[in-house]
Write a protein that binds this ligand. Structure first.
Ligand code: FES
Length: 238
């Protein structure tokens, strides 16, 4: 029987993030991508990985409320920040009379179901997070604006028209018109205090790319592949 040689000698760092309002701490190599960290270390597999070059948008998560390509961020750069994945979009509605708290899908999630905004579902998490952030800043988009809002996310099978309709339906849902319940979208909280990270984290942050690299510009930027790490550089796998 051949001997198994462990070649991955990358030092591990402890990374602490708040993901969907829950604090998580896990060890990972400094070059672990945020998308891989969410999926493998935290087992939050709702964030999908498609191109891994910042183009398709499937991996979009909210970092302090801003949509970001998690495949272009190292997990250490998200240290101390508030991350919202598709698993965290669900809301809790409080019945005013009984005080009963009921978990429910967000208006964007409801709208995607209602308007047939998905088929296979692979690209759906990225659309849901992107549209959620977009509607917070643009609660009443025109048709053109709705198309622009989703233009940076590539789809695999569904047509865009259903998604545009879903954006408008979600906007109505947020305002409580059209029969949808009035629910309050969760607002991102302040970033955690990372003013004094450990020396190992400091070194990791210096080695990590600038946060702006992964940010989705006006919700529809297509990130140039030349800025992304090469496959051999950025594919640490557990
Ligand atoms: Fe395609 Fe990240 S996986 S943009």
């Amino acid at each position: 029987m051949s001997e198994i040689i462990v070649t991955d000698t990358e030092p591990l760092v402890q990374i602490t993030l708040r993901v969907n309002d829950v604090m998580h701490t896990a060890s990972a190599p400094t070059r672990r991508l945020l998308s891989d960290f969410l999926r493998h270390e935290l087992r939050l597999t709702g964030t999908h990985v498609g191109c891994e070059h910042g183009v398709c948008g499937a991996c979009t998560v909210l970092v302090d409320g801003t949509p970001m390509r998690s495949c272009l961020m190292f997990a250490v750069t998200a240290q101390g920040h508030e991350i919202t994945t598709v698993e965290g979009l669900a809301e809790q509605v409080v019945d005013a009379e009984t005080g009963t708290v009921t978990p429910t899908m967000s208006p964007v999630q409801e709208a995607f179901i209602e308007c047939h905004g998905l088929q296979c579902g692979f690209c759906t998490p990225g659309f849901l997070t992107t549209i959620t952030a977009y509607l917070r800043e643009n609660p009443d988009p025109t048709e053109t604006e709705a198309r622009e809002a989703i233009a940076g996310n590539l789809r695999r099978c569904t047509g865009d028209q259903h998604r545009v309709t879903a954006v408008h339906r979600a906007a109505e849902g947020r305002k409580g018109v059209g029969g949808a319940p009035l629910v309050i979208l969760p607002r991102p909280t302040s970033p955690l205090d990372i003013s004094n990270p450990s020396p190992s984290i400091n070194a990791s942050l210096r080695a990590a790319p600038a946060k702006g690299l992964a940010q989705t510009k006006r919700y529809h930027s297509v990130r140039c592949c030349k800025h992304a790490p090469s496959q051999s550089e950025h594919r640490p796998r557990p």
